[in-house]
Design a binder for this molecule. Sequence first.
Ligand SMILES: [Zn+2]
Length: 128
Amino acid sequence: MQDVQQVLSRLSHSPFRSRIQLRRKELDYLRSKGMNEVLKHAAEFIEKRLAPASPVNDGKQTPWHNHPVFVAQHATATCCRGCLQKWHQIPKGRILTVEEQQYIVELIGSWLSRQAKVAAEKKTDSRK
Ligand SMILES: [Zn+2]
């Protein structure tokens, strides 16, 4: 398994991935539910939509909006098995291990924390 912080820094060099951000609605959702609850959803999404050897609609199973975890999955290249293979060297065609699922949830959590932090800083700035 790769190092979460190293992977996040590699992703930040991708013009496509680094442009992805949470919108107001998703940030509000994250704030009102709290990180623990949202990461529980993440674990459920990963288990159902990504962990099977051949996920349903693989490549199109992750919506772009409305849940902060979906947005985070695109930003961290954990949206489908193709991206997992390309960015995280996790091969397609087999069930994800528990450790791999935890790694993905950790990546999502780190990305969401950064987004929340950036949003909080922006808010403070606009009050000046
Ligand atoms: Zn993908």
